[in-house]
Design a protein around this ligand. Structure first.
Ligand code: GLU
Length: 453
């Protein structure tokens, strides 16, 4: 597929979660892999529930994930296009006014169910005469507008699910415009997809049932065969099997970011979970491109376990190059000639990125002396006196340890543990051989002598 035009079309009614990120990334990466275009479209025709601050937060979350759109659209600014399309559908008899109230429709459905019939709208409004309509409107009723479906089988070759079909006769004619004149999602979505010449719609499988209606709308507005391709990916659920929701805030991208989860780990998890490629750490989004194959996406709902993500995030950090984190380190004043060797020394010990702050304090700042039973002052004094001359390099540690072994007879934990405690104030951490040159002789010596340094 060359130069596809794809879109991610969230309604800005809440914060996006890992499941939405999955849709966004599949679209974005697909456009990158095939040199296409990625549109971010805010489906904000529902003015009650849509909020500009949600739209902005979604852009921030996407940017954090590395998802940068080529084009950003807001449906709330495009009503003229939808009005024009609605007018054309009315003129061709495909959009018809209906006056039933919600209660009347409900009663109809109950009657159908009682008779064992599917609850499909009976098209009663199609038979209304002009007089009847006038009378209803005189009563103060306003119409909602339904799209008249062609009762035929709609087929499409879904890029994830394969050959798919829906019998339109089993569907109610969908309402496109509410009584108050506002648009439901369907018409604006198709109008924009036509206007933007979208060639492939990648979205969650909760939209499979909308596809027959939308294909018919594409054909009604832009002609036979005008519908784009569709790819409906499986959905993610929580560990307990519930669906994720924008409103509940569960597994929101912002929440994961605030918890210190690496964006590349979120992206890898969002794309790889529920595909045939095992979850693995990545150093850039581009590394996901080879694994990106719509055909390999599983067709069943996949449980998303945050514990797996936290572990992946740590593994991601352990492999990040200095270049890729240079700016983030600088934002915490971790810069200068030590920054690179520092990063390479500590990255393998990080659970979250902000752990660097504590380790930077160990090499550049001050730590309180430790008091632990096995911190024998005589041994530490001997250790301080045995420190080799500066400049320290990667061999300094081995020289020092050799001398200390000879002078004290200590080895193993009895030798190393007090040195680690005194030099770093921590029970565990990066190799002392790489930390020692970063800490330097003055600090090492002071800390071994029990001074704040
Ligand atoms: N606004 C719709 C949603 O958030 C877009 C669906 C689509 O991609 O067509 O689910």
């Amino acid at each position: 597929m060359s130069h596809p035009i794809v879109r991610f079309a969230p309604s800005p009614t809440g914060a996006i979660h890992i499941g939405n990120a999955r849709t966004a990334l599949l679209n974005f990466l697909f456009s990158k892999k095939h040199h296409g275009e990625f549109i971010l479209r805010f489906d904000d025709t529902d003015v009650e529930r849509s909020k500009e601050e949600y739209a902005q937060a979604i852009e921030v979350d996407l940017a954090w994930l590395g998802v940068i759109p080529d084009v950003v659209l807001r449906q709330s600014q495009r009503f003229a296009l939808y009005d024009e399309a609605a007018e054309r559908l009315r003129a061709s008899g495909r959009l018809y006014p209906c006056y039933e109230s919600a209660e009347e429709l409900d009663r109809k459905r109950k009657r159908q169910q009682a008779r064992g019939l599917p609850p499909v709208y009976d098209r009663a409004a199609l038979t209304l005469t002009l007089e009847e309509r006038k009378r209803l409107e005189a009563e103060g009723r306003r119409p909602h507008w339904r799209f008249k479906l062609d009762h035929k089988i709609i087929r499409w070759d879904d890029l994830v699910r394969g050959e798919s079909h829906i019998d339109s006769a089993s569907l109610s004619d969908p309402v496109l415009i509410r009584e108050d004149g506002s648009y439901l999602y369907t018409l604006p979505s198709v109008v924009d997809d036509i206007d933007q010449t979208v060639t492939l719609i990648i979205r969650g499988e909760d939209h499979v049932t909308n596809t027959a209606v939308q294909i018919q709308l594409f054909e009604a507005l832009a002609g036979e065969g005008s519908a784009p391709d569709f790819a409906h990916h499986n959905l993610l659920s929580s560990v307990s099997g519930e669906g994720l929701s924008k409103r509940s805030g569960a597994l929101s991208i912002g929440g994961l970011r605030d918890a210190g989860v690496e964006s590349l780990a979120v992206a890898a998890a969002a794309v790889l979970i529920g595909s045939s490629t095992a979850l693995h750490p990545i150093g850039s989004l581009n590394e996901l491109l080879p694994a990106l194959d719509l055909k390999q996406i599983s067709r069943t709902q996949t449980r998303f376990d945050p514990a797996e993500l936290v572990a992946l995030s740590a593994r991601t950090l352990h492999g990040l190059s200095f270049e890729s984190v240079r700016e983030r380190l600088a934002a915490h004043d971790i810069a200068g000639y030590k920054a690179q060797p520092f990063w390479l020394a500590v990255r393998g010990n990080l659970s979250t990125f902000l752990d660097v702050i504590d380790w930077w304090r160990v090499v550049e700042g001050e730590i309180e002396p430790m008091s632990a039973p096995d911190l024998d002052p005589d041994f530490l004094r001997e250790a301080a006196a045995s420190l080799p001359e500066e400049p320290f390099d990667e061999t300094s540690w081995a020289q020092w340890i050799k001398v200390l072994k000879e002078r004290t007879g200590r080895k193993g934990r009895a030798l190393f543990h007090p040195l680690r405690l005194a030099l770093t104030g921590q029970e565990n951490g990066p190799e002392l051989a790489v930390l020692l040159p970063l800490i330097g002789k003055i600090k090492a010596s002071a800390r071994l002598s029990g001074r704040v340094a």
